[in-house]
Ligand binder design. Structure first.
Ligand SMILES: [Zn+2]
Length: 296
């Protein structure tokens, strides 16, 4: 069954399709600029409307139930009011993510608005996801506030919706449309692996291993066979954890993406092509997979 989209997301999707936004977003940020240009091309200057009072926060954390946003939230400093927001945009694993957030992020808010996409076509790369998540977070952040998003080092090159350029364009867009100054803090000072290692050292909180990140959960548990399960387990091994001994991952060594993933990372190192993954991530992940290989 397809996802039901709101009128606005449908219009964005239509505009994006006609301008080939998705393809250009993955290459560079020309597509985003086009989208912003369309949005700003208003026939007349709008008159201010008085909205009902809406609570706004100094710090808004976008949380997914996965490891990265859990670490970001738990290592936060307290500047003022902070809130965690979970967004259900129709992801097939929303229920498990939501359950984890409910139990582990006190006072978290839940926001539901389904995005139009077909998971089969996009292979878990969801067009506009971060644009949409940032737009939701922006509704809750104060002028001068910060949106926190769990984008770690090694996941984006110069383009794409986790790139510095993308975040910069979004900040500018909010300033132009709302005269509101916001900032976006990500987690790009470390890879997923280094974050987990540091977090366990600093916080000694092993609940981080119970976070939920799986594309195809089976009866509410991680499938152990998808790319998300694999990446979490690589981080666990890197951080010195007995991954097979963990109740959630007894069969992780049978993960079917291991070979494909190893090839992608080692090819990047051999060809010195770090346009998709950084050198640091490729090195760390191949080292861990070499260790895992000796266990089989
Ligand atoms: Zn999985």
């Amino acid at each position: 069954m397809g996802f039901i989209a709101s009128a606005i997301t449908n219009r964005i999707a239509e505009a994006a399709e006609s301008y080939n936004l998705y393809n250009s977003l993955t290459e560079n940020n020309a597509g985003l600029k086009t989208l912003l240009k369309i949005s700003l091309d208003m026939p007349e200057v709008s008159t201010p409307i008085e909205f009902e009072a809406w609570p706004e926060y100094d710090d808004v954390y976008l949380v997914s139930g996965g490891m990265d946003s859990y670490i970001q939230w738990n290592m936060r400093g307290y500047r003022g009011d902070a809130v965690a927001i979970f967004v259900n945009y129709g992801q097939p694993y929303a229920q498990q993510e939501r359950d984890f957030v409910k139990e582990n992020f006190p006072g978290a808010m839940h926001h539901t608005n389904l995005l139009p996409h077909d998971p089969k076509e996009t292979n878990h790369i969801i067009p506009f996801r971060n644009l949409y998540l940032l737009s939701v977070a922006n509704q809750w952040v104060k002028d001068g506030g910060v949106i926190h998003i769990g984008a770690v080092a090694g996941e984006s090159g110069e383009g794409g919706d986790k790139s510095d350029e993308f975040f910069k364009q979004f900040i500018e867009f909010i300033y132009k449309t709302e005269m509101k100054r916001i900032n976006i803090f990500d987690m790009k000072t470390k890879t997923k692996n280094d974050w987990l290692r540091t977090y366990l050292e600093v916080k000694n909180d092993y609940n981080v291993l119970n976070t939920f990140s799986c594309f195809q959960p089976k009866e509410g548990l991680p499938c152990q066979h998808c790319k998300a399960c694999l990446r979490k387990c690589i981080a666990m091994v890197y951080a010195g954890q007995e991954v097979k001994a963990h109740a959630l991952y007894p069969d992780i060594l049978k993960n079917k993406y291991m070979g494909e993933y190893y090839k992608a990372m080692s090819d990047a190192l051999i060809k010195h092509d770090f346009s998709h993954y950084t050198q640091q991530r490729a090195r760390q992940d191949t080292e861990v997979l070499d260790i895992i290989g000796t266990w089989k």
